[in-house]
Design a binder for this molecule. Structure first.
Ligand code: B12
Length: 215
């Protein structure tokens, strides 16, 4: 039954049908399905397929944008449900999160933010196109423990390396832990630039952040 719903969700995103995607998001919540499952097994395969078709020239940018809008609308509904459990308290882990400069992708980052909050982690979401200087000034101002960067483009990946260098330059490398994510990022890249952690998805991000906070 839920497999069918997942398939319908993927198709709604692939067809850029925002109204249907929203309806399916709500339906999955009404059925008490795990909110993260409907994102991971339903909507994400839909947007991934849209990306593949775009890559092969079978989908054009306006169509990809419609798919992204449907995905965003659906994840906004599900993210809210994820956040219901949220209860960041004084003394909890504080994470400054954003998409790096030049990068406007924010769907995955939004899911990560919601799941972190659902686990009692405080998130200061700086949005998209965030310069390294801003990540650091916000981390300092908010007395954050961790800086999380999201990058979806290979061309903007180097911003994550720039952040490491900037932190060292300012003598702040030991003050904050860093975690990096986004489709083109790998464990190897993260080791190469000297960041503290990599997470492939939102679930892993929660585990890695708890581990980092213990160090
Ligand atoms: C949706 C989308 C768009 C939407 C974005 C809408 C939005 N508000 O985000 C729109 C249409 C606007 C768009 C624009 C562009 N896009 Co685009 N886009 C995509 C697409 C199809 C899906 C991305 C997505 O939302 N995935 C779903 C989410 C849930 O997954 P995710 O982002 O990977 O996030 C998960 C993990 O990575 C991780 N994670 C993410 N962030 C973080 C952060 C931390 C700290 C951690 C720990 C974990 C973590 O957890 C998340 C949840 O599990 C991808 C293809 C793909 N398969 O990735 C292309 C893709 C990324 N885009 C691409 C391109 C080329 C572009 C454009 C340059 C197109 C153009 N010609 O203008 C522009 C660039 C705009 C810019 N300056 O940023 C290419 C990038 C190629 C490359 N190698 O660099 C891709 C790969 C498509 C392709 N195959 O060609 N895009």
């Amino acid at each position: 039954m839920s497999e069918e719903l997942f398939k319908e969700a993927a198709n709604a995103v692939l067809e850029g049908d925002t109204a249907r995607a929203e309806k399916l998001a709500q339906k999955s919540l009404d059925k008490n399905l795990d909110p993260l499952k409907i994102i991971e097994k339903g909507f994400t395969p839909g947007i991934a397929e849209a990306g593949r078709l775009f890559d092969r020239g079978e989908l054009f940018l306006p169509q990809l944008m419609s798919c992204a809008n449907a995905m965003k609308a659906a994840t906004t509904i599900v993210n809210e449900a994820l956040g219901v459990e949220s209860g960041a308290k004084e003394g909890t882990i504080r994470v400054v999160l954003g998409s790096v400069e030049g990068d406007l992708h924010d769907i995955g980052k939004g899911i990560v933010a919601s799941l972190l909050e659902a686990n009692g982690i405080e998130v200061i979401d700086l949005g998209t196109d965030v310069p390294v200087e801003k990540f650091v000034s916000e981390a300092e101002e908010n007395d954050a423990d961790i800086i999380g960067t999201s990058t979806l483009l290979t061309t903007t990946m180097k911003e994550t390396e720039k952040l490491e260098n900037y932190l060292k330059e300012k003598g702040l490398r030991e003050k904050f832990k860093t975690i990096v994510g986004g489709a083109p990022v790998t464990e190897r890249w993260v080791n190469k630039i000297g960041a503290d952690a990599y997470a492939e998805n939102a679930n892993e991000a929660v585990d890695k952040i708890f581990e980092l906070a213990k160090k």
